[in-house]
Design a protein around this ligand. Structure first.
Ligand code: SF4
Ligand code: SF4
Ligand code: SF4
Length: 277
């Protein structure tokens, strides 16, 4: 029985997604939501079990399982644009489905509970970027974070203009914008990673979704905490953090606090086990 106790976080995560699945299924009378969130919750819970069993690539497996499902199954085969343009599109159409629900759960309200867990375990852009070789960022962060707000504004103007100009066949345009948008994101992400020697440079400077993710992440229930009595100030956690979070402080205002993707690298590398979730 004691051996099973360690799997409780995985069970809690599965139940969280299952609660969302059942609520949306019943509220919207659509079985798809039961399937969708059960799949995602099941995969996340499975990956967490692998992590608990100390399987090294557990996080990448979750990321591939969820990311590929959203990119290939929902995006390519079911023409659901889950990028930010798709969110604006469904929102302006008054359709509380697809991308709007996805954004509400994963990127707007969910981060009050799991912070930027989306970025560490589910994003289909990061699932490719995390395979690149620049896992530990070199040097300080660049002051380029303002670009994300420009991209955010551009996405809003692009979709707003389609509506204002009464452009026909918006469904088709949204499908192609999903394909072209993703191709551009991958290209920009790979080039930036190589230039800055940092897999997550795209996340830090360009990704418009962070405009939604960051505010609620500030209040996130799940966050890495340091036991200051145990910490020996070796600095290893800061060095290995892909998002340059000042994890040696417990303050919510710590440097890059809203950037933590809960990847657990710092926890794994701490020599005295001073960090925990
Ligand atoms: S910052 Fe953007 S690209 Fe990076 S993991 Fe999060 S959602 Fe994906
Ligand atoms: S290394 Fe630690 S602080 Fe940095 S993103 Fe991962 S979990 Fe968060
Ligand atoms: S790795 Fe651990 S001991 Fe070293 S500074 Fe970070 S929290 Fe402290």
């Amino acid at each position: 029985m004691n051996g099973l106790k360690k799997y409780i976080p995985a069970l809690i995560m599965f139940l969280f997604f299952e609660a969302v699945a059942v609520t949306l299924w019943l509220a919207l009378d659509n079985l798809f939501y039961l399937f969708n969130f059960t799949y995602i919750g099941g995969f996340v819970a499975f990956g967490l079990c692998l992590y608990i069993k100390k399987y090294r690539n557990a996080r990448l497996i979750i990321q591939l399982g969820v990311g590929l499902y959203m990119l290939v199954y929902l995006g390519l085969t079911h023409s659901e644009n889950m990028q930010i343009e798709g969110f604006w599109y469904y929102l302006f159409s008054g359709v509380f489905e697809a991308a709007v629900i996805h954004y509400a759960v994963a990127k707007i309200f969910g981060p009050f509970f799991f912070g930027r867990g989306w970025c560490g375990y589910a994003c289909w852009t990061a699932m490719i970027l995390d395979l690149l070789p620049y896992k530990q960022p070199e040097g300080e962060r660049k002051k380029l974070g303002f670009i994300r707000y420009l991209v955010f504004g551009l996405s809003l103007v692009f979709v707003g203009a389609l509506f204002l100009l009464h452009i026909p066949e918006l469904d088709r345009i949204m499908f192609w914008s999903f394909i072209i948008g993703n191709a551009l994101y991958y290209a920009a992400g790979i080039i930036l990673a190589a230039v800055f020697q940092d897999n997550r440079a795209f996340c830090k400077y360009i990704c418009p979704v962070t405009v939604f993710l960051k505010p609620a992440s500030y209040f996130s229930y799940l966050r890495i905490r340091v036991d200051e009595e145990v910490c020996v100030s070796c600095g290893k956690c800061r060095k290995v953090c892909p998002m340059n979070v000042d994890v040696m402080s417990n303050s919510r205002k710590r440097k890059n606090a809203t950037e933590c993707i809960l990847c657990m690298k710092c926890v794994e590398q701490c020599p005295v086990k001073a960090l925990k979730l």
